[in-house]
Design a protein around this ligand. Structure first.
Ligand code: PHE
Length: 470
């Protein structure tokens, strides 16, 4: 057994600091923006159900594996994979897993930042009372105006990249912990307020039914296996921040005494609750105001302002909501940068400030593609039975969440459960060698890889070719 390493980038001050930071990474636009719009595009209940199954059977076991690798390697994901592979007598090419994560991180951040920019814009719009008594038509028009103006999108995207770079360049630990401690509970309370409003709308039950009761008729023109499973799996990876090294690098700052299992369950429960609450708040409004559930990426930016325009103290709650959403996006963006930044510091001998600036510039440049894909470069194509209207943005999103993150997760699972020696994982997880450990091992060895592979094969139509599904 190797002596325990320590990270040159520091360590969390306590177990709660890790849980808070990792929850900060997990909870973000993925829960409040992406989850509802995907659920809406994919017919509601069936998607939500599959998503929950993916979180439990695939997401949590892989998250544990990823944290385990991070804590054992205690370096940037690229170097962690290199070191652990050498230690277990495996090929150095395992570093490529780290590289894939860095690439995925840049692509995700590049569009994440543009959407976070919408949030910034909405803080000011809501704050100025623009939505008081707004109807659906007005709200739609406001949103369309914003995304059709590349200059505005560019300005907000630039601001968001700058504030993310500012935090990461100082080191993610100072400040993050304190901030997440207050702002996460505040976001949760505000979501509850919005659920309260949703309960007062006419179509509350319709929204809930849409979200939680699978309706296979609604999926008539889709193939349940190919079209629902892949986006749901992708959403589980995206929302839990797994498969690209973000959770691995946070794990590398985790103390040896802390329980990976307890931490993972806490993070996953928090993450999933926020997504479900966002769905519960949004769909009743969608139905009450006659909006289209499959409205695409603008869904929350069109529906929520209508609610803020109607509810008492709506301007106050609305502004606060977008501020907190911005903050949630910010704490996720930080974790998207961290794997690349730590590698630059370790291997290129750069200061954190320089490393972060370089990473920020790459993400900013890539973000221009997303900025333009909502206006000048817009084109549509069909994916998983859904018409996607914002060409390159949608492609970036599909490539990362539905392909790169699941492949990253699959490789993490294979590494941790098939290639690493059993004693290394027993030692690192600290669960002993009893039932708890064996359940985890079974899940990462068989269930998670099997899930990812079957879903991939379905999605690329191999099962169809072989005649297994219609
Ligand atoms: N989990 C984040 C969210 O839901 C996004 C993210 C994905 C962050 C991958 C880090 C890594 O918004």
């Amino acid at each position: 057994m190797t002596a325990k390493r320590s990270s040159i980038h520091g360590q969390w001050s306590s177990r709660w600091a890790f849980i808070l930071a990792a929850t900060g990474s997990a909870v973000g636009l993925g829960n409040i923006w992406r989850f509802p719009y995907l659920a809406g595009e994919n017919g509601g209940g069936a998607f939500v159900l599959v998503y929950l199954v993916c979180v439990v059977l695939v997401g949590i076991p892989i998250m544990m594996a990823e944290i385990l690798l991070g804590r054992r390697g205690r370096q940037s994901p690229i170097n962690t994979m290199g070191t652990l592979a050498a230690e277990e007598g495996l090929s150095r090419y395992w570093q490529l897993l780290g590289w894939m994560g860095v690439v995925a991180g840049f692509i995700i951040l590049s569009y994440y930042s543009v959407i976070a920019g919408w949030t910034l814009a909405y803080i000011f719009r809501t704050g100025a009372g623009a939505f008081v008594d707004a109807d659906a038509g007005f709200s739609k028009q406001m949103f369309t105006e914003l995304i059709s103006d590349p200059e505005k999108l560019l300005a907000w995207h630039t601001i968001f990249i700058l504030i993310s770079v500012a935090v990461v360049s100082r080191g993610v630990k100072s400040g993050l912990e304190r901030a997440v401690k207050f702002l996460m509970p505040a976001l949760l309370i505000l979501l509850l307020v919005m659920v309260g409003y949703a309960m007062s709308t006419e179509k509350f039950m319709e929204g809930i039914t849409y979200l939680f009761v699978p309706d296979f008729e609604r999926l008539a023109d889709k193939n349940f296996f190919a079209d629902i499973l892949l986006p749901a799996l992708g959403q589980a990876f995206f929302s839990l921040s797994i498969g690209m090294g973000a959770i691995m690098i946070y794990g590398s700052y985790l103390s040896h005494k802390s329980s990976i299992t307890f931490n993972c369950f806490t993070i996953a429960v928090a993450d999933t609750s926020v997504a479900l609450l966002a769905g519960i708040a949004i769909f009743p409004i969608v139905f009450t105001y006659g909006l289209e559930p499959a409205g695409g990426p603008g869904l929350i930016f069109i529906t929520l302002p209508i609610a803020f325009g109607q509810m008492p103290f709506g301007t106050f709650f609305g502004t606060l909501f977008f501020v907190l959403l911005l903050f949630a996006a910010w704490t996720s963006a930080i974790s998207l940068l961290e794997p690349a930044v730590t590698w630059l510091v370790e291997n290129r001998n750069m200061t954190r400030v320089k490393a972060t600036s370089i990473a920020g510039i790459i993400a900013w440049l890539l973000g221009l593609v997303t900025v333009l894909s909502f206006n000048h470069w817009a084109f549509s194509f069909s994916f998983a039975g859904v018409i996607k209207e914002n060409g390159l943005f949608d492609m970036f999103d599909i490539l990362t969440s539905n392909i790169l993150l699941p492949i990253g997760g699959l490789l993490v699972a294979i590494f941790a459960a098939w290639l690493m020696s059993r004693s290394s994982t027993v030692d690192e997880l600290g669960l002993g060698d009893g039932l708890a450990y064996q359940s985890w091992r079974f899940a990462v060895r068989y269930v998670a890889p099997f899930g990812v592979v079957v879903i991939f094969l379905n999605a690329i139509g191999v099962f169809k070719l072989l005649g297994f599904v219609e």
